[in-house]
Every structure is written in C-alpha cells, then in structure tokens.
Design a protein around this ligand. Structure first.
Ligand code: HEC
Ligand code: HEC
Length: 323
C-alpha cells in the first residue's frame, strides 16, 4: 500500500491536477452515454466539473482503488486547501443512518451536496453546478431523458447517491467463513474474530453487517488541547457527546489508512496498539468510553490475529492491493 503523502502537498496537487485534466478529457470525449441514474452518478462522481476550478472530483478524495477513501491524512480541496478530517471510505453506505464523523447529515442525497459547497473542498455554488450541467453536451440531454426535466441539483444528488449506494462489499474471506463457504478466512483471522468479540471488546461498538452500529462513541481521541475536534458535540451541544465520533464501519479497513477522524494512525498495527491501552497514547482524554477503563493486555500474537481478522474483511476486488 502506498504511504500517505501529506508531507508533500505540492507534489500531490500536481498529480491531482494532471489526473483531473486527464479525467476531464476522458469524460468529455467518452461516447458512451450513461444509461441510468447509477451510471450518471458514477460519471459525476469522477467529474471535476463539480468543483469551482474544475480540478477536484469526489474521486480526488475518495480513491476507488483504496475502497473510496483517501490515502492522505487530510485531503486537498480546490487550490490545495487542506481539509480538517480524514476522508473515509464511502463504500457500504447504503445501510448508514448518519453521515460524516459527527453524523450531521441523515440522507445520502443531502450528504453529496455538502462537499460540493464546502469552501475547503469543491468550493462551488449549487446554481453554478446547475448552469454547468445544463450547458454540458453529454449531461444536459441525459438528465432530460432520465428524469424528464432539465438538469438540476436535486436529480444530480439522486444520481450520485444512487451510485454511492451500489458500492457495497460482501465478497470477503470473512463473509465466506460466516456462511460456511470455501475460501473463508485463515485460522489466525478466526482466532482474531474471537478476540474482536471477547477480550478486545471491539464488538461492543463494531457490530452488524458492516461492523458498525451507527452509534456515536468516544474512544479517547479528544483532550481539548492538541486533540480538539469535539465531534458529535458540535451538532447536539450535549456535554456527554464531547469527543464522540460515528463508529467507523470496518469493511475494507486494511485499505483505508490512515485511520480515525483525524487520520492520526498510519497503520492497523498502530490502531491496535492504541486500543490495547488508549490512556498510554492519550493520557488526558476527556469523556473516554468506560469500555477502555482497563488496558486489554493483548499479547503480540493476539494483536497479529486481530489484524488478520481486520484484513479478512477486504473485498475480493481489492485482494491484489491488500498486503
Ligand atoms: C476535498 C476532499 C473531498 C472531496 C472532494 C469529497 N469528499 Fe467526501 N469526504 C471527505 C471528508 C474529509 C469526509 C469526512 C468529513 C467529516 O466527517 O466531517 C467525507 C465524507 C463523505 C461521506 C460520508 C462518509 C461517512 O462515513 O459518513 C460521503 C458519503 C462522501 N464524503 C461522499 C462524497 C461525494 C459524493 C463527493 C463528491 C460530490 C465527495 N464526498 C467529495 C473529503 C472529500
Ligand atoms: C467504545 C466503542 C468502540 C470500541 C470498543 C472499539 N471501537 Fe473502533 N472505533 C470506534 C469509533 C467511534 C471509531 C471512530 C473514531 C474516530 O474516527 O475518531 C472507531 C474507529 C476504528 C477504526 C478506524 C477505522 C477507519 O477507517 O478510520 C478501526 C480500525 C477500529 N475502530 C478498530 C477497532 C478494534 C480492532 C477494536 C477492538 C480492539 C475497536 N475498534 C474497539 C468505536 C469503538
């Protein structure tokens, strides 16, 4: 897996520029016209015209080959502006009840409009998006055909959301193991699952088909000083929500480094070491969940098994990427 290259923001800007120019050209000359809302959404997801200077697409931060997450700690938006949170995977969104780390949005259709207007991301206005779509040689007639009216922001949001909902993953060693099918997970991963449920207590928060109960919890990454993202509290203003973040789903987690809302851990090993004893990493955390009252005392073998289990949740389509 490539290392996050947040230390070379300029290098990344150039690569992004080149990449978006290439995508724009490819999209402009591509003759196949999207057949349905999902295909239209896929095209828009990859198209930088949704950003102010036509350099950034959704895909610039949600990279398809990394399970639609970013490899940089903080993503770069229009003009190289640095974001404030790590861009998570947007796979397995269909069953989510809340979006963003603080859960500030409840519907995918509303979610997709946020990055377009975010001043650190795509920096666009919705009227300008509509104007561009309406005069676009490919999109204008496709919107008319698919939705029976001129291109508009609402139908665009529907199309992008439809596409995002198709990004579900269920073909993993873990799923096959659960269903008693061949080519399931290794013995190490199976032992890791026991730790995940038992000694590691991961399952208290990471459960269900996508390994998240869609709750907000505090793992101890808020101290009001250097770690000052208040998370869910910004939305609810309830003191008990200080430092709570949406529990991350764990499908394809082997591909979505760096980890956590602030991308502070570079590898799964670092994440596991953190959970083993959160107070060693952040001694002055505020409001940390009582699940972590005592260190887990995982042995190095147990840590390795736990990691093998997390890796067993990687979808087959990424198998070659996953080391
Ligand atoms: C400049 C980088 C950037 C761009 C461009 C971008 N995103 Fe994101 N995306 C992020 C970050 C960062 C977050 C997390 C923000 C937060 O939680 O506050 C995020 C979160 C999301 C989420 C919520 C995931 C979850 O688990 O709740 C979805 C869905 C999403 N983006 C879809 C899109 C779509 C669709 C587009 C294009 C219209 C897009 N993003 C463009 C960086 C980006
Ligand atoms: C008390 C609830 C809770 C427990 C217990 C818990 N987690 Fe988490 N987990 C979370 C929350 C909340 C996040 C998101 C935190 C953030 O972004 O700052 C998260 C994030 C993660 C991530 C990062 C995902 C990403 O893409 O950034 C991994 C990996 C993870 N947890 C694995 C585990 C493992 C392994 C265990 C058991 C050793 C565990 N978790 C125990 C609540 C929990």
């Amino acid at each position: 897996m490539t290392q996050p290259d947040q230390y070379f923001p300029m290098k990344k800007t150039y690569i992004l520029l080149l990449f978006s120019a290439a995508t724009a050209l490819l999209l402009a000359f591509s003759t196949t016209e999207p057949k349905d809302a999902t295909e239209l959404g896929q095209r828009l997801f990859a198209d930088p015209i949704l950003s102010l200077d036509s350099t950034i697409s959704c895909q610039s931060c949600h990279l398809p080959e990394f399970a639609f997450a970013d490899t940089a700690r903080f993503s770069l938006g229009v003009g190289g502006r640095l974001g404030k949170r790590n861009a998570p995977s947007v796979m397995n969104m269909a069953a989510r009840s809340h979006f963003f780390f603080d859960g500030r949005v409840l519907a995918l259709e509303d979610q997709v409009l946020m990055p377009i207007q975010d001043s650190l991301e795509m920096r666009m206005t919705l009227p300008e998006v509509e104007r561009r779509l309406r005069r676009h040689p490919v999109y204008a007639p496709v919107f008319q055909k698919l939705f029976g009216r001129p291109a508009n922001v609402e139908d665009m949001a529907t199309a992008i959301a439809e596409f995002v909902r198709t990004l579900e993953t269920a073909a993993t060693p873990y799923d096959r193991w659960m269903n008693d099918q061949p080519n399931g997970m290794s013995d190490a991963a199976a032992r890791g699952r026991d730790i995940f449920i038992g000694k590691g207590r991961c399952f208290d928060c990471h459960f269900g088909a996508d390994m998240t109960g869609d709750e907000f919890r505090n793992v101890g990454l808020f101290n009001g000083k250097d770690l000052n993202d208040v998370g869910r509290y910004a939305i609810t203003k309830k003191p008990e929500d200080l430092g709570k973040f949406k529990v991350a789903g764990l499908r394809n987690v082997a591909l979505t480094a760096p980890y956590m809302h602030n991308g502070q851990f570079k590898t799964l090993d670092e994440v596991i070491d953190f959970y083993n004893d959160p107070s060693r990493v952040v001694p002055d955390a505020i409001n940390r969940d009582t699940t972590f009252a005592k260190p887990m005392n995982l042995t190095q073998w147990e840590k390795a098994d736990l990691k093998a289990f997390l890796e067993a949740m990687t979808d087959d389509r990424f198998a070659k990427n996953d080391k």
